[in-house]
Ligand binder design. Structure first.
Ligand SMILES: Cc1cc2nc3c(=O)[nH]c(=O)nc-3n(C[C@H](O)[C@H](O)[C@H](O)COP(=O)(O)OP(=O)(O)OC[C@H]3O[C@@H](n4cnc5c(N)ncnc54)[C@H](O)[C@@H]3O)c2cc1C
Length: 535
């Protein structure tokens, strides 16, 4: 009888096993996985970049930052380009953000994670999960040994579906539904280091530095689509397209030959560059209409859905591993609390509320987003608005409060954190609404062709990391200030001013350094007069 049986040794399953074992040496853990290890470094999967929460998950929760630093290239934040007839516009970072985010060959990372856990949990490799039923409170899990086609039954208290897009348990319980996004993807890996400097060369008025530009998560923006370029190593680059099927025919990208033509029509500079370099094309993959979500992810019946088995909106910000990090961290606390004899019913409700709040945020982020990307100022504003809730609210909570919310039964603390998550979400919804309005569309602001972002802004948004449990209340003044910060952004944008000036002039820092920041909240004139000179 296992305490926890995980289906699927992908990213979510392997990290969950590692995290559980790190926190408890006597938990009986097994993973049922339908194939074997090692994988090829370039696997058939997608998801090759962390965002900040994923990065902090690897550092703070898993303790694997140093391990990752030795093995994978560090990501220089996100970098956005809009390519015009004979010029381009660019927004990105010159310096690394304080956390260590990475790009990685997915197969190599899963091989590494497997090596880290293989002697610490029981593996049933080449075993396929078939079904389960509950007998006297135990889960009887039926699996098929793919080697000799025999079947066997494993017993477990908790059952976790980490088997990805197959959504084994969500389908069994009829919980999964398609989201109102018609986004699909094609991607390929090339055997060479794609260097943006070669096809989007720096101009004399461009403030970006050369040597690291290519190590960002590159977004080439278009209406109804974007192209990612991720340097996975010196010699391998991942290139992919996410496109809205309401605007582009899937058939026009259904094969590698067609995708080449599509790229030639839509992103000619990239295709010309790839042709010229003659990099070998290592693979070509397709995933259609991937946006799905389940009604909830953790059940009182002691099963849970993590990662793609639960849901995905859109990979524009590499949020897949953020979601996995949050779910694994919460689930680890729930499993350990129950094992320690605690009642966890209310915490399960809190866990479902937390993740569904996060998914509501993603819904606002991505609904009707791609069709609006015709204007550079919109693209810049949207990214900065999204980050102005992601860092100050979500990342602040995840880095400081997520474990504390679930480690023991403190409904007052948990509800108060959820209050701020929802309060921040509420302001964010208003911001998104504003960005989508005619008022914003027709405000006549152009922004800047080259928009450098300050990586240190992270410290303004997240001034503390890893607040200890016994001081957990310290997060509330930060969240209060950060909600105020969001209101300042809202009123600044609403007044029709150039939001990029707000950012360039260091207003985020200046506001958070104020003892009485509320007075700037709906007073952009005052904000400019008092704070802009402090950049
Ligand atoms: C186009 C695209 C790009 C993306 N890019 C990013 C990105 O850059 N960054 C990011 O954070 N996220 C990204 N995501 C999201 C990311 O793909 C997911 O977060 C991540 O891959 C999910 O991992 P997982 O462990 O849930 O599933 P998987 O990695 O698919 O693992 C599931 C495992 O379960 C096994 N399995 C399946 N069925 C069974 C069975 N019956 N029995 C036993 N085992 C089984 C499979 O072999 C598999 O290895 C992207 C998503 C898309 C669609």
């Amino acid at each position: 009888m296992y305490d926890v049986l995980i289906i699927g040794a992908g990213f979510a399953g392997l990290t969950l096993a590692y995290q559980l074992r790190k926190k408890s040496s006597d938990l009986r853990i097994a993973i049922v996985h339908d194939s074997s290890f090692p994988l090829d470094d370039i696997s058939d999967k997608v998801g090759e970049s962390f965002n900040e929460i994923g990065a902090v998950y690897f550092d703070q929760m898993l303790g694997l930052k140093e391990f990752m630093k030795e093995r994978y290239p560090r990501k220089l934040g996100m970098r956005f380009f809009k390519i015009n007839e004979s010029s381009y516009q660019e927004m990105g970072y010159n310096n690394f953000t304080p956390n260590h985010a990475f790009h990685f060959e997915r197969g190599k990372l899963e091989n590494d994670l497997f090596d880290l856990v293989k002697d610490k949990v029981d593996f049933y490799l080449n075993h396929k999960y078939l079904d389960f039923e509950t007998v006297d409170g135990e889960k009887h899990v039926h699996v098929l040994d793919r080697n000799d086609k025999s079947s066997r039954t494993l017993k477990a208290h908790w059952l976790v579906d980490a088997a990805g897009l197959k959504k084994l348990l969500a389908r069994k319980f009829d919980l999964t539904h398609r989201l109102p996004l018609n986004h699909s993807s094609v991607w390929f890996r090339v055997g060479g280091g794609v260097n943006v400097d070669d096809f989007l060369p720096l101009t004399s008025d461009n403030p970006f530095t050369t040597e690291n530009r290519s190590w960002s998560s590159i977004h080439l923006e278009g209406v109804g689509y974007w192209v990612w370029i991720l340097r996975l190593s010196e010699n391998v680059t991942s290139v992919g397209i996410i496109f809205d099927e309401n605007m582009y025919e899937f058939q026009d990208l259904a094969t590698w030959e067609k995708t080449k033509l599509w790229l030639r029509d839509n992103v000619r500079v990239l295709m010309d560059y790839l042709d010229e370099e003659q990099f070998p094309i290592m693979d070509f993959r397709i995933l259609r209409r991937f946006a799905t979500q389940s009604d909830y992810w953790v059940s009182d019946e002691r099963w849970a859905l993590v990662g793609d088995a639960y849901g995905i909106w859109d990979p524009y910000y590499s949020n897949g591993f953020d979601l996995i990090g949050m779910q694994n961290t919460i689930l680890t606390e729930l499993i350990l609390a129950e094992r320690a004899g605690q009642e966890i019913h209310q915490r399960i409700q809190g866990a479902n509320r937390f993740i569904s709040d996060v998914m509501r945020g993603f819904a606002a982020t991505f609904t009707d987003f791609y069709s609006r990307k015709d204007r550079w100022y919109y693209i810049c504003s949207k990214y900065n608005v999204d980050m102005a809730v992601y860092f100050p609210i979500l990342a602040t909570i995840v880095h400081n409060s997520l474990e504390s919310m679930f480690v023991d039964e403190d409904p007052v603390f948990r509800d108060r954190v959820l209050f701020y998550l929802e309060e921040g979400g509420g302001i964010y919804f208003q911001l998104i609404h504003l960005l989508a309005s005619d008022e914003f569309k027709n405000n006549g602001v152009d922004g800047y062709d080259y928009m450098p972002l300050n990586a240190d802004t992270y410290h303004a948004f997240v001034p503390e990391m890893d607040i200890p449990y016994h001081e957990k209340e310290r997060v509330f003044p930060i969240l209060e200030k950060n909600c105020n910060l969001l209101w300042c952004v809202f009123h600044y944008l609403k007044s029709g001013r150039n939001y990029m000036d707000f950012i360039k002039n260091g207003a985020y820092f200046a506001i958070t350094e104020q003892t009485d920041p509320e007075r700037y909240r709906d007073n952009p004139d005052q904000l400019e007069a008092d704070l802009f000179h402090s950049a």
